[in-house]
Every structure is written in C-alpha cells, then in structure tokens.
Design a protein around this ligand. Structure first.
Ligand code: ADP
Ligand code: MG
Length: 394
C-alpha cells in the first residue's frame, strides 16, 4: 500500500494539524497509561526538527458534545511538556477566531494542544463546516491516530477534504507492519484469537483463513466455537447467535487446510470470582452451572508447541477472564510463549490484550509490533478499507 508519508511533505514554515490518539485513561488529572501518547512522540519530534508549528488534536472519552472538566485534554499538555522538555500551549477549544489568531501569530516550532474535539457534536457527525474550521487552523493535515482510523469523524477524515493529508510516523509504522503480515506471512502462520466480541474478529478470521496454518482459539470465542462443535458450554460466556457462523468458518477452514483449534480443556468454576472453587476439566465434561473461564493446561501445552515453531503470529483477545487472578494463567502463559519466540514476527493488538501483556509483566519490545489500534487493527487485518487510511493513500 502506497501512502503519503509525512517524510515527503514540505514542512518549512508550515502549520501542521496533527490528529493524535490521546484517548488515555485519566483519573483525577493523572494519566494512568501513556502508551498511546508516547506512540506519537516520534511524529512530534520529527516536526520539531523541521521547525514546523505543531497543532495537536485528539478526542478523549465520550463527552457527547458537552464540555466537561473530566474529559479535558489539559493533563496531556502537562505530560507532553515533561516528555518533550518544551512548552506545550494548551488552547481551551479546537476551533474559533481566537485560536486561529493565537496559532497564526506564534513562532515556528511552537507546540499547541487543542481541547477535546468531541466537545463539539460536529466532530463525530463529521460536519463539513466544523471540519473546515479545523482545517482553517493549519496548512497541512497529519493523521497519526491509527486507533481512530476506522472512524469517519471531522478531525480524522472530514478535514482532509480541505488540507493535504499525510501519514504520521506511527500511522506509517502501523500500516507497514500490518500490511507486511498480510502480504508476506512466513509459515507456519499462527493466529491466536480470544476475547469476547466474536463479531469484531470474524472479518479477520475470514480474511486470513487461507493464509493461516493454525488458528488457536481461547476465551469466549473458543466457547462459541466449542458450542458450534456440539459441546454443552453450560453457563460459559458464548454467543448463541454466532454458532451457525462458527460452523461455517470451520467448514471453510477445512476446505483450505487451515486448522482451527478450540480449547480441549478449560478452567471451570460456578462463579467468576477469585474465591470460587475451580477445576481443569475436559470440554466434554462441562455441565450444569459451570463456566469455562480460562483455557486448561492441556490446551496451553498444545498451543505452546504451535506458537514455539511459528514464524508469524498475530494475537488478539485474552484466553480467559484474565482480570481475575484465578483465571489469568492461560492468557499469561500464551503471552509469554509468544514473547519467547524470537524467530517469529509477532503482532499483538486489542485493548484488553495489551492489558494482558502488562499483566504478564512483558514489555512491548518483546514483540515485533504492538498495535495501538483495537477495532482499527481488526478492521485492517479484516481487509476492510479504513476511512483514516483512504485519505492518505498515494
Ligand atoms: P480485546 O480488547 O483485546 O480485543 P476483547 O474485548 O474481545 O479483547 O475481550 C476481552 C474480554 O473478554 C476480557 O475482559 C476478558 O475477561 C473477557 N473474556 C475472555 N475469555 C473469557 C471467558 N472465558 N469468560 C468470560 N470472559 C472472558
Ligand atoms: Mg476489548
């Protein structure tokens, strides 16, 4: 995929609007997780080197068009100042005459951070007038928010109608890494999928079914596929209305010689709590009040052996209810197995999956690429066109 990279833009004396993804958890003004912010630092530093005027923009939370203190980006400005060792001027809105004036009269190399774009309803409705007002602030648009690339919002999409659009360095890296894994996967190619929302993983499974050699399922997803195989999943988390689809996918997999493995044993309990009594049972023995809450030891071993020999691995979705210590072991062991395979390209993504990596005390540098996009990554690997990428296609 050919994209307009920021590296090809003439930046001298330019005002550059950078759409970042600073949608991070903040409690009482304190940033709880800075992964997404630090991912955009290379783009900001590059623009600083070029002495451009930098106008940073992002959404935060779901304020639904209403200004409120809790969803203010002000704490991000402070954070950026500490990281960049430069003044970051926080502006109280993202549009308006005052803002235009302040930015225009500033010196080159100044960094601004605009207030939450979602304080205006026009952001999510991709209102053309609003997009134009955002565009009025700058000469160039840079999209670096891979995590929002599947959305058609004013600051991620509409603005490109009025300004030349370029991919930021994070965006470029995401596209390069994810494209590469789709176009030239080395074999064995193993997909590890778990989590809860089957719907969101189906495009990826369908798109990579032919190329993958093994699809290892865990979590709620495996429960649904096990139910499709005819097992009684009792009170486990699974999706009844996706059973037919799961059957279809297993048939398609057979036709293209891809093996879909579902958990053959599970850690089950009657209660999804740490104090519940749990036991490792074959899937066939699940009944009554039982819930399958983690993959069992046999399954971990089987998956471990396939992960160990893989040359390409994509992982999305925890293997169980890892937020509860008692059901975290399967996810941790799979995370460690993937990190330990240093001869494979390993791509990880998904909000909860990233939490699981941290829970397993693994660093992001243990993997080839940890995507900052959950939904966007799944859409991209599902072969879909993403609006935020369409605007930067060369
Ligand atoms: P991601 O955000 O990485 O894409 P998902 O959102 O699809 O992942 O799913 C993650 C959620 O699924 C987690 O909160 C996890 O606890 C839950 N989950 C996974 N397996 C099970 C299970 N067997 N029973 C209940 N919840 C599960
Ligand atoms: Mg999730």
């Amino acid at each position: 995929m050919k994209i307009n990279s920021l590296k090809n833009a003439d930046l001298t004396g330019k005002k550059v609007f950078v759409r970042a993804d600073f949608n991070v958890p903040i409690e009482n003004g304190v940033i709880q997780d800075d992964t997404r912010i630090s991912a955009t630092l290379p783009t900001i530093n590059y623009l600083l080197e070029k002495n451009a005027k930098i106008i940073l923009a992002s959404h935060l939370g779901r304020p639904d068009g209403k200004k409120n203190e809790q969803d203010s980006l002000a704490p991000i400005a402070e954070y950026l100042e500490k990281k960049l060792l430069k003044t970051v001027t926080f502006l109280p809105d993202c549009i308006g005459d005052e803002i235009v004036k302040t930015i225009s009269s500033a010196e080159e190399g100044t960094i601004f951070l605009l207030e939450n774009t979602r304080f205006h309803t026009e952001e999510e409705s991709n209102d053309p007038e609003f997009a134009k007002k955002l565009a009025n602030l700058a000469d160039i648009f840079v999209i670096d928010s891979f995590g929002t690339a599947h959305r058609k919002h004013a600051s991620t999409y509409g603005i490109a109608e009025y300004l030349p659009a370029y991919a930021g360095l994070l965006m470029t890296r995401e596209i390069d890494e994810l494209s590469r894994i789709m176009t030239e996967p080395e074999h064995p190619f193993v997909l590890v999928l778990g989590g809860a929302k089957t719907e969101t993983k189906i495009p990826l499974i369908k798109n990579l079914l032919k190329d993958a050699d093994y699809i290892l399922l865990g979590g709620g997803l495996a429960n649904t596929f096990n139910a499709a195989k005819g097992y009684d999943m009792a009170k486990s988390l699974y999706e009844e209305d996706k059973i037919e689809l799961a059957r279809e996918i297993m048939l398609q997999a057979e036709m293209v010689n891809t093996q879909i493995l579902t958990s053959e044993d599970a850690i089950v309990a009657d209660d999804a709590t740490d104090s519940a009594e749990s036991i490792d049972l074959p899937i066939n023995d699940i009944e009554g009040e039982m819930q399958a809450l983690d993959i069992g030891i046999k399954t971990v071993h089987k998956y471990y052996n396939l992960i160990k020999d893989a040359k390409t691995i994509i992982w999305n979705g925890p293997m169980g209810l890892f937020e509860i210590e008692k059901f975290a072991s399967g996810t941790r062991q799979i995370a460690k197995a993937i990190a330990a395979n240093k001869s494979a390209r390993t791509i990880i993504g998904g909000g909860d999956t990233i939490d699981a990596i941290k829970d397993a005390k693994l660093g992001f540098d243990e993997f080839t690429h940890v995507s900052t996009g959950g939904g966007a990554m799944l859409d991209f690997l599902g072969g879909n066109d993403l609006p935020g990428i369409d605007i930067i296609k060369a």
